[in-house]
Design a protein around this ligand. Structure first.
Ligand code: HEC
Length: 132
């Protein structure tokens, strides 16, 4: 094969390989902290969990902004702004930047659940999101 055929192939597979690396790196970090045996099923449950907000009592969940179909764009519950789909199968930028993932875990877990996510929850959520 000439470069003419290889280059587009690389461009297609590179982001997918990168995602797997980034997620594996985060997972290893959570395991080093004592968490382990992450499951996409538990991640799915956490994603859908309804947690009453401390002040308003209104139930909140991750889907409030990201929607229920992760292959579709979401809508920010507060600002109304559109949010690109969370599913890496349709949005190659997802799960490709460890810093971004940690930043938004921190912010979104606090907003949704009133506390930071544990390492166990983050690992489960990543395993779930990875499959979308
Ligand atoms: C109040 C709205 C809101 C809620 C609720 C919310 N998110 Fe988000 N989330 C965002 C925004 C805004 C971004 C950043 C914009 C973007 O990446 O498109 C984001 C990005 C992320 C990212 C970064 C993914 C990547 O690789 O780009 C992760 C992971 C994430 N959210 C997880 C969660 C989890 C887990 C929950 C539930 C505990 C949650 N979010 C609930 C608004 C929200």
């Amino acid at each position: 094969m000439t470069m003419k055929y290889i280059a587009p192939l690389l461009l297609f597979f590179l982001p997918i390989a990168l995602q797997a690396d980034v997620v594996d790196g985060l997972i290893k970090g959570y395991q080093a902290g004592g968490a382990g045996d992450f499951s996409a099923k538990q991640g799915a449950e956490a994603w859908k969990r309804l947690v009453p907000h401390a002040k308003s009592g209104q139930p909140r969940s991750c889907g409030d902004c990201h929607g229920s179909d992760l292959t579709k764009a979401g809508r920010h519950a507060k600002t109304g702004k559109s949010i690109e789909p969370m599913a890496p199968s349709v949005n190659l930028e997802r799960l490709s930047d460890a810093k971004k993932i940690e930043k938004w875990f921190k912010r979104n877990c606090k907003w949704t659940w009133g506390r930071e996510c544990t390492a166990q929850e983050k690992g489960d959520l990543l395993r779930y999101l990875q499959q979308q």
